[in-house]
Ligand binder design. Structure first.
Ligand code: NAG
Ligand code: NAG
Ligand code: NAG
Ligand code: NAG
Ligand code: NAG
Ligand code: NAG
Ligand code: NAG
Ligand code: NAG
Length: 643
């Protein structure tokens, strides 16, 4: 959804904390005094100081984690909240330039102002989130004339030199030259370096093209000419084998426009994907990522584990989580943007608490809301790492991943901030034939998923329509009774006020194009995001509820139940005042869906709130294979009906 329009704020005093990303030798550490955000150095004040320690991160931690900040205040400082507000236009600059290794934990602003004559310390952790490798950095700031407009920023790389900044040459230089902000830089800290800024990070699993392939995708600073990437893996407790990995990256010129191509550009590092093949179903596998350097030494990540996927049709407990539009946020509220995804951490945290109680996740579009600020993808992959390193994290493409004018997206908007799909298609693996055409199918035991790409044409006659039909038709319902359709935009039904104000109840040409397919193939459930609220629809066909039941469905599949689950984290969207007669349950809070298939004839649906894990809405489906075969209106071939 669109960003809300806000005024751009300007800040007059900036304190920079410098992060250098040099190795121990430190040869690339340089003074930052000429960072030249519009002659900011002129304001350097001897009365202001900032100091950070330790200066080398990673001596305690393995690998290189993301940086997290936490502000802690001495008693004489009133400030409690930190934040940043983003203006919609012009795109707000990145005050703080982050290297690909560091997530965009960039700007800290004391909203209510610091007390005069005060100082405070800031803790920065290297966080492998689940208590693995956390390292704190204490930052001490002293500013006798502190005001509410004070900022602390992180600069990475610290050796940025404005005189090498050549705006449109398309090289990989961090691009802050055109920052419209004109802050006064009052102090610069010492530099902080990482022991190994190239370490492999943020593993994310995804189903491969076959049910018994698992893919591991991760990010590192090692290109293939420097080190060979691979995954070491195997059944838990047995000798491990190795599988090679492919490596992808992209350049600024791959981006379609600003800010991805300008102030938002960051070198993404290298994204590796390894294919773990021929897995035995239902076993726990352990894995870790590695890089072999040319001199034969190894760089290792931490170790992780996952449970391999069930055989298609396998009768066992299988649990699926579905949500959309989650995004990311920082725990202390500091961020370069306004808190535009206030529910993201609650959803993430609830899913981390629930690990072990679900088997696969579908994040159905609007993944990070990086919107062209590329380092935010690192922030996001760090945030979901506990989930994505443990269960397959399957994504769909949304407007904030793909849309860009004149770039082939079905909608002619700039919602992706110039990313035009490149980030989503590179940072996460999906088992699509062509990752630029973001539609795919995947099997998980008794489930068959058809994931559509609402940012490309789905109408009858389109390439995607043919895929959707083929995908739905390929579900063997005796073995895979639970057939699920997924798309980012609401191709089904929604009473969100945004649609209502346009006089619609979903994307134009959405269900009109697809409902015949859903009916013919007796799709159980359709899931959508895009509207940031929860709404469950009755089993429906051609705008008519085909059942007045709301909690226990049984027997023939007369219509499809559609669900909007776009309340993963992004600011919530209101509903139309009038509740359409097909709307069964609406909830304006953050949450996600959990599907539990007990066996081939019993499915539990739950809508769970992120804030407390409580189930707010639920129903069950009970039925036999014969109920799927039974002919219903428009649900059988005409020839079958003829006799
Ligand atoms: C950071 O501050 C804490 C508490 O004041 C202290 O215990 C710790 O040693 C400091 N760490 C560093 C690296 O300075
Ligand atoms: C603080 O600000 C006041 C008013 O602008 C100024 O007179 C004073 O010199 C400043 N103090 C320091 C230490 O910069
Ligand atoms: C920045 O780059 C220019 C041109 O290459 C060079 O003359 C200058 O010394 C550099 N500044 C620093 C601090 O390295
Ligand atoms: C191999 O090269 C790396 C990076 O240059 C270095 O850190 C490591 O010590 C080297 N190992 C050996 C065995 O020479
Ligand atoms: C489907 O429609 C038939 C005939 O109208 C009805 O008997 C049956 O109960 C319906 N099934 C469901 C699941 O609502
Ligand atoms: C629901 O409303 C639609 C029009 O919005 C109408 O066509 C349909 O008959 C109504 N269904 C029921 C069950 O009232
Ligand atoms: C399927 O699971 C449900 C819920 O656990 C149970 O009540 C039912 O007996 C099971 N059916 C079969 C055929 O196992
Ligand atoms: C997140 O969860 C906490 C704890 O339940 C709750 O107090 C807070 O309001 C939630 N935040 C949002 C944005 O829903």
């Amino acid at each position: 959804m669109e960003e809300s329009t806000r005024g751009v704020k300007f800040f007059t005093i900036v304190v920079f904390l410098c992060l250098a990303f040099a190795d121990v030798s430190g040869s690339s550490e340089q003074p930052l005094a000429d960072i030249a955000i519009h002659k900011a150095t002129r304001a350097l004040s001897e009365a202001v100081s900032i100091f950070a320690s330790p200066q080398l991160l990673g001596l305690q931690a393995k690998g290189l984690p993301k940086i997290k900040w936490r502000l802690t205040y001495r008693e004489n400082v009133r400030t409690t909240s930190l934040g940043w507000e983003r203006g919609a236009a012009p795109p707000l600059p990145i005050l703080v330039c982050l290297w690909w290794k560091v997530t965009c934990f960039t700007k800290l602003k004391a909203k209510q102002g610091l007390d005069f004559q005060s100082s405070f310390s800031m803790h920065m952790s290297l966080a492998y989130i689940k208590g693995e490798d956390t390292e704190w950095v204490n930052v001490t700031i002293f500013n006798p004339n502190a005001t509410a407009d004070d900022w602390v920023g992180v600069f990475s790389p610290a050796n940025f030199n404005s005189s090498t900044c050549t705006p449109d040459d398309g090289d990989d230089t961090p691009y802050i030259c055109t920052s419209p902000l004109k802050p006064n830089l009052v102090a610069i800290s010492n530099f902080i370096s990482f022991l190994n800024p190239k370490a492999p990070l943020y593993p994310r699993l995804a189903q491969g093209k076959s049910w018994n392939d698992m893919t591991v995708t991760w990010t590192s600073g090692y290109n293939i000419d420097e080190a060979v990437p691979f995954v070491e893996w195997g059944l838990q407790g047995t000798p491990q084998s190795r599988s090679p990995a492919g490596t992808l990256t992209f350049t600024r010129n791959t981006m379609c426009g600003p800010p991805a191509r300008t102030v938002g550009w960051r070198d993404p590092g290298f994204i590796h994907t390894s294919f773990l093949k021929d897995l035995w179903p239902n076993f726990v596998y352990t894995y870790r990522m590695g890089h072999i350097l040319s001199n034969g030494s190894y760089i290792w990540s931490n170790s992780y584990s996952f449970k391999s996927s069930p055989y298609p049709g396998q009768d066992s407990l299988q649990r699926v989580v579905v949500f959309g539009d989650m995004g990311k946020a920082e725990r202390d509220g500091s961020n370069e943007y306004s808190n535009s995804q206030p529910g993201a951490l609650n959803t993430t945290d609830q899913l981390i608490r629930d690990l072990g109680n679900y088997d696969i996740v579908f994040h159905i579009g609007d993944i990070t809301y990086a919107n062209g600020y590329i380092s935010e993808w690192d922030q996001f992959t760090a945030q979901v790492q506990p989930i994505a390193s443990t269960v397959p994290y399957m994504i769909a493409s949304g407007n904030h991943e793909r849309d860009w004018t004149n770039s082939g997206s079905f909608y002619d908007t700039t919602d992706s901030g110039g990313e035009c799909g490149v980030l989503a298609e590179t940072m996460f693996y999906v088992p699509a034939e062509n990752r630029a055409k973001f539609w795919y199918s995947t099997d998980y035991g008794m489930f068959h998923f058809c994931v559509a790409d609402s940012e490309h044409d789905w109408r009858e006659g389109s390439e995607q329509y043919a895929f959707i039909e083929q995908c739905l038709a390929s579900a063997d319902r005796q073995k895979q009774p639970w057939l699920i359709f997924i798309a980012h935009r609401v191709l089904g039904y929604s009473s969100a006020s945004g649609y209502a104000s346009e006089g619609t109840t979903g994307e134009p040409m959405g269900r009109d194009s697809l409902q015949k397919l859903w009916q013919k193939y007796k799709v159980d459930l359709g899931f959508y995001g895009h509207k940031h609220n929860y709404e469950r629809i009755c089993p429906i066909y051609e705008n008519q509820c085909v059942s007045s039941e709301t909690s226990h469905y049984s027997g023939t599949v007369n219509g499809t139940i559609h669900v909007v689950a776009g309340n993963g984290g992004k600011k919530l969207d209101t509903y139309s005042q009038q509740i359409p007669n097909w709307s069964v349950f609406r909830d304006l809070d953050y949450g996600f869906i959990k599907l539990t298939a007990f066996n081939h004839s019993s499915l539990l649906y739950e809508y769970i709130r992120s804030r407390d894990g409580s189930t707010q809405d639920s129903f069950t489906i009970s039925r036999d294979y014969r109920d799927v075969l039974a002919c219903v209106h428009d649900g059988c071939e005409p020839t079958t009906l003829a006799s």
